[in-house]
Design a protein around this ligand. Structure first.
Ligand SMILES: Nc1nc2c(c(=O)[nH]1)N(C=O)[C@@H](CNc1ccc(C(=O)N[C@@H](CCC(=O)O)C(=O)O)cc1)CN2
Ligand SMILES: Nc1nc2c(ncn2[C@@H]2O[C@H](COP(=O)(O)OP(=O)(O)OP(=O)(O)O)[C@@H](O)[C@H]2O)c(=O)[nH]1
Ligand SMILES: [Mg+2]
Length: 463
């Protein structure tokens, strides 16, 4: 059946499974009509907005039999999450009961919501803009406190304000340009206008570049710092992973080649989310399965933000170690000299020479020695490059926003180029307008149906 943004929608807004309480949320014009058909208790027409009310859900199609004892929240438009009438049924948190109540809601005037549709309505009805909607999802998926803060900042509208302010400035200049084109009072009107465009283009570009500088850290906070643990077989890679996880997740044995496949885990290191990738030990593999694992390790080095290269301090350096040092020379790298509880057989000075003292630490993973040192080093790598600060700690965390900021900045380059090449001002302003349009796509001042479908379909059901 064709669905529209005017239907009354419903979904279970709590995670599936057993729990203390589950919430079935209803939003739209008929939300109150629906609940009045299926609720026995107070007269809901008489209760104030933003109240929660005791009663029972009944099934009109089954002789009004009682289905559950519930609390029902009544929230009247427009001061609600979606800006529509919203009703939330707080029922007992069983799978069967929650689904039964949803079914009753659906057969009494509501239709099933699409993923993210409540938030999409909050956007379409103007309560939040597009970047704030995206922040709702980031908030749900945030993996550490730092990621959560960045998402909350965006939900509060700080990125939106910054972008809206830039757009406003551009619009003002464009209006001035129009006036000067239409009524050139002075002979040098064109020169004046050009000057104005040029200085505004420079100013806005500087702001955009400042924002883009935050994107690297923003991406890490959102997606995690992709970190590969590499090294010869049996050097202690999986042991180190377990230490960072503070649990025994990866299988550790004294048999070289234990880890055959790539293992991925999220860890929180002092607020920095790491996506840790334990790889198969790299050596000239003899058997096919191990060889595939090694190929993946090599790939994983290439796609990592950070490489933890593990060496065995209790054995002399091998050709494979040397290969690995070379292979990771161009990556951001921490070299870990492990097994330092055993007699040291490796030439430490040579390693210092090869990889630099700054990025070298010693550990004894078997005793969990050096884990804190490693954690500090990782956190410092992230924070020491200096958190790029902008007004109100705005951080760009989203790939869509980054791409639009680049396009906007390129459009400004075209403005400047046009001016330097003496292009007529009415042509130059087209590029300025393009910049304005790209910025508007971040906040959703301009958007397409496809974009909304694509964005909101990534949300969870009931959000
Ligand atoms: N039960 C419940 N808990 C929830 C939500 C919800 O919808 N239901 N939320 C969502 O999923 C989040 C809270 N977010 C919300 C954001 C705005 C409004 C809202 O009604 N805003 C109105 C009125 C604000 C006011 O009274 O001052 C507005 O902005 O006009 C409600 C929830 C998290 N917890
Ligand atoms: N003495 C000592 N033994 C260690 C240390 N770290 C790890 N080991 C031992 O070395 C062996 C190999 O450890 P793993 O963590 O499985 O090594 P790995 O690098 O993941 O090995 P593969 O998965 O086979 O590539 C195990 O027996 C560990 O207990 C250490 O610091 N000191
Ligand atoms: Mg392993």
């Amino acid at each position: 059946m064709e669905t529209t943004q005017f239907d009354t929608i419903a979904a279970i807004s709590t995670p599936p499974g057993e729990g203390g309480i589950s919430i079935v949320r209803i939003s739209g014009e008929y939300a109150f009509k629906v609940i009045k058909k299926i609720y026995r208790g107070k007269n809901l027409d008489k209760v104030a907005s933003d109240t929660i009310n005791y009663g029972h859900i009944i099934d009109p199609k089954d002789h009004n039999s009682e289905v559950d004892e519930v609390m029902v929240s009544i929230m009247r438009a427009p001061k609600t999450y979606t800006r529509e009438d919203v009703v939330e049924i707080n029922c007992h948190g069983g799978l069967v009961i929650t689904n039964r109540i949803l079914q009753i809601v659906l057969s009494n005037g509501a239709r099933m919501a699409h993923p993210g549709e409540f938030t999409e309505r909050a956007f379409l009805n103007g309560r939040i803009d597009l970047s704030q909607s995206e922040a709702v999802m980031d908030l749900i998926e945030a993996k550490t406190d730092q990621s959560m803060k960045a998402a909350l900042n965006q939900l509060d509208g700080n990125l939106s304000h910054l972008i809206k302010n830039l757009r406003h400035q551009i619009l003002k200049v464009l209006a001035n340009v129009e006036v000067n084109i239409d009524y050139p009072e002075y002979d040098d009107a064109e020169t004046m206008t050009t000057k104005m465009l040029l200085s505004k283009a420079r100013e806005v570009k500087a702001s955009i570049q400042q924002l883009l500088k935050t994107a690297k850290q923003g991406k890490i906070l959102r997606n995690g710092l992709a970190t590969s643990i590499v090294g010869r077989p049996n050097v202690g890679k999986s042991s180190l992973l377990n230490n960072l996880l503070h649990e025994d997740k990866a299988i550790v044995t004294n048999i070289p080649g234990t880890t055959r496949d790539v293992l991925e885990e999220y860890v929180n290191v002092r607020g920095v989310p790491l996506k840790l990738i334990d790889t198969a030990g790299i050596r000239d593999a003899k058997n096919q399965i191990e060889k595939m694992g090694v190929d993946r390790s090599k790939k994983s080095i290439k796609s990592s933000d950070l490489v933890l290269l593990v060496l065995n301090a209790s054995e002399p350096l091998t050709d494979e170690d040397m290969k690995l040092i070379k292979l990771t020379d161009h990556s951001k790298r921490i070299v870990i000299l492990n097994k330092t509880d055993l007699p040291i057989k490796v030439d430490v000075d040579k390693i210092k020479q090869l990889v630099g003292e700054k990025d070298l630490i010693t550990t004894a993973a078997i005793k969990s020695n050096g884990t804190e040192k490693l954690e500090n080093k990782i956190a410092n790598l992230f924070f020491d490059q200096g958190i790029e600060s902008t007004q109100n700690n705005v951080m760009v965390t989203n790939a869509r926003h980054v791409s639009l900021l680049h396009k906007a900045s390129d459009a400004l380059d075209d403005v400047m180029k046009g001016i330097h090449e003496g292009m007529p001002v009415d042509l130059v302003q087209i590029d300025m307008k393009r910049c304005w349009k790209y910025l508007g796509e971040i906040t959703g001042d301009t958007y397409t149906g496809e974009l909304l479908d694509q964005l909101f379909s990534q949300f969870c059901l009931g959000k």
